[in-house]
Ligand binder design. Sequence first.
Ligand code: SF4
Length: 255
Amino acid sequence: MLLELKKTMIYGPVNSRRLGRSLGINILPSEVKVCPFNCVYCQYGWTKIHTSQIIQDSELPSVQAIKDALEVALKTLSIPPAYITFSGNGEPTAHPDFGQITEEVTAIRHRLAPEAKTAVLSNSALVSHDSVLEALLKFDLRIMKLDCGHPKTFEKYNQPAKSIDLEAITAGLIELSRLRDVIIQTLVSSGQGGNLMEKNITEWIERLKRIKPLSVQLYTLDRPYPASDLKPASEQELNQLKDQAQKEGIAIEVF
Ligand code: SF4
């Protein structure tokens, strides 16, 4: 069964494999996933609000509501989280006030949990928008998705909304990485609908060489997914891919 959407703006802290004790912030609606991608492996199922625009929607949580909820959560916790992490019901950078929310969350962190770091999990779809890029620079940690190197695999695997293109994403990630450290996250899957084809992997490595991320986090399916022609990559496939990337000078870790 697919996972339920987050019902609240603040959730956790959860024990994240990659971040440790992480307090999640969901700045998107609680009833529907909003995302410029429709990944075949999405734990929340198929995307209903599939948008390449930075969305304007009255159902979105307001800046004030997010600030209030975070303040209450941080004041209630007896141990501060290691990370305050933007994630949740889709792509956080699609919120039209993402920049302002980032600034407010950073200020609240300084005041109420100065030892906590801020992180964002993003699918990179909007990274080439100036306002999004500028806001991403304000986080302590940026974990940005790049699952595919070949445009055709990208179209099938991540199913981007119209006008989102892999070359613009790559250019945005190159610029982001030039200005601040970037970690790339890549989810690989086997099966006919997967992304482990040789041509896709070769081009994924070439894009990584241009982006020059601090490191790559590689992982496979471990949650429910909506597509029927996928299966988790084997340990051997993950390690082969890791070796192939390392030979090209890419720092990569399997999770
Ligand atoms: S980017 Fe994330 S939220 Fe959006 S469809 Fe893909 S897995 Fe789901």
